[in-house]
Design a protein around this ligand. Structure first.
Ligand code: SF4
Length: 468
């Protein structure tokens, strides 16, 4: 598989629609890129919450018969990639419990940085955990709250967690959305007729014909019931820390996140990169799919043609059976194939959004050269990745990040490119713009906006499944 940071999770919720489960299913399709390990839907009909979860992608997890068993007018859904906790059905979301405050289901995008210490405390005081996911901590805190209302119990439980969370929660008659005070992960609010929708990215609104209203604000809890929408802001404001990597790589280019078009930002990253790191060349070639928007921007700014010199096979799953006799660079070749007629005899600017370990970049550069390229100039539309993420993105440990241990010239030498340049941190900040608030850039700086306890770092690094 390609050597990339793994997407986190996608959440979706809808209130006040007779086909709540069906629309959630469609919304999850639009959020499939945020997690492909498992999918789930919880639905309520005013009396009871029903949950259906399965391993695999949305299309595998649900069919008509499964959706028919999910009647109700409010629902939440989740697509998961395991950033903390193992990849198994018990960890698939939404999680649902029945407690003194009644039934509640939760779908979570992000990672809690104090999940380990909270979990240890809860276990010592008698809680029995069903999963290894940090999200379950929120439910235990909620169930133990002595507050007299659902909302107060939720505020009390959320007040104890730190880190990144964009949550969709469901009670028998309420849809609740909550976002951490730093606003790490996106969470949009939309409308479809009289129905309300919350979702990780606006592309899910587009698919079901809903309109974008606004973002759920950092630190805001939105409660939607038959009485309408109520907003509570129970927490003191914190410095904003929107995940800049949503713009660089995770979010779909047809989405708006943190108030900006992802496509526009990504093209701006490419334009800025072209100004910072120009090179005489014949053609700009993106590494698909994530390098395409930046390559368009780079090509426009550089006045060069942009051509699809690498074709991606979209039908390869996460695993495949390798032939007994080894084929050179098989794991990359099965995903990407070079177009010789575009590359042969050309000086190529190859655009990618990141280098993690460098092993995949090296294989791709070799593949482009083997297809006849005269020169390959690798350009990366973000700064060197030197530090892991603790806010909901699956990254390898620092020792495995090539930019943490090598100079740019050493990386160039390793990937065997004729030249290598990354976008500067200032260039990245200028391209994303700061009108909507500040961004987290910890994976490029090693400076973390929300402190991560040492034991949590070790715990999360152990929990991360590093896949290449
Ligand atoms: S560390 Fe990087 S990936 Fe993680 S939230 Fe910050 S910017 Fe995003």
């Amino acid at each position: 598989m390609l050597d990339k940071f793994r997407d986190e999770c996608g959440v979706f919720g809808i209130f006040g629609h007779p086909e709540a489960a069906n629309l959630t299913y469609l919304g999850l399709f639009a959020l499939q890129h945020r997690g492909q390990e498992s999918a789930g839907i919880a639905v309520a009909d005013g009396g009871k919450i029903r949950v259906s979860r399965a391993m695999g992608q949305v299309a595998d997890a649900f069919d008509e018969a499964a959706l028919a068993k999910l009647p109700g007018h409010l629902a939440i859904g989740h697509t998961r990639y395991s950033t903390a906790g193992e990849s198994k059905l018990e960890n698939a979301q939404p999680f649902a419990i029945d407690c003194a405050h009644g039934q509640i289901a939760v779908a979570h995008n992000g990672n809690l940085v104090n999940a380990r210490e909270l979990r240890d405390d809860l276990v010592w005081s008698g809680s029995i955990f069903q999963t290894s996911s940090d999200t379950e901590v929120i439910l235990h805190l909620y169930a133990r709250s002595r507050a007299s209302s659902v909302e107060d119990a939720l505020v009390e439980s959320i007040a104890q967690v730190r880190g990144a969370y964009s949550l969709a929660l469901l009670t028998k008659n309420r849809l609740i959305a909550a976002r951490d005070p730093n606003g790490f992960r996106p969470l949009a609010l939309g409308r479809l007729g009289d129905s309300w929708i919350v979702c990780s990215e606006t592309c899910a609104l587009d698919l079901i014909g809903a309109t974008y209203e606004r973002d759920v604000e950092p630190g805001e809890i939105v409660v939607i019931s038959d009485g309408g929408l109520r907003s509570i802001k129970p927490f003191p404001p914190q410095p904003l820390a929107h995940c800049v990597f949503e713009h660089v790589y995770f979010a779909r280019p047809d989405s708006y996140v943190f108030g900006r078009s992802v496509n526009e930002v990504r093209s701006d990253l490419g334009r800025t990169l072209a100004r910072e790191a120009p090179v005489p060349a014949d053609v700009v070639v993106p590494i698909p799919d994530s390098g395409v928007c930046a390559a368009i921007g780079y090509a426009e700014e550089a006045g060069l043609p942009m051509k699809m010199g690498l074709i991606r096979n979209h039908y390869v799953g996460r695993t495949f059976i390798q032939p007994a006799q080894s084929i050179r660079h098989f794991s990359v070749k099965v995903k990407l194939n070079p177009v010789r007629s575009i590359l042969e005899g050309k000086k190529v600017v190859l655009i990618d959004d990141s280098i993690v370990r460098g092993t995949t970049s090296r294989k791709i550069v070799k593949m482009v050269k083997a297809a006849g390229a005269k020169e390959v100039h690798l350009r990366i539309s973000c700064p060197p990745t030197i530090s892991p993420c603790y806010y909901g993105v699956d990254t390898p440990s620092r020792s495995e990040l090539i930019a943490a241990t090598h100079t740019i010239e050493e990386i160039r030498d390793f990937v065997e490119a004729d030249s290598l340049a990354y976008l500067s941190l200032d260039g990245l900040r200028a391209a994303v713009g700061t009108a909507q608030g500040s961004y987290c850039t910890s994976c490029y700086t090693g400076v973390y906006p929300v402190a991560v306890p040492r034991n949590q770092r070790a715990y999360q690094q152990l929990a991360l499944k590093v896949v290449e």
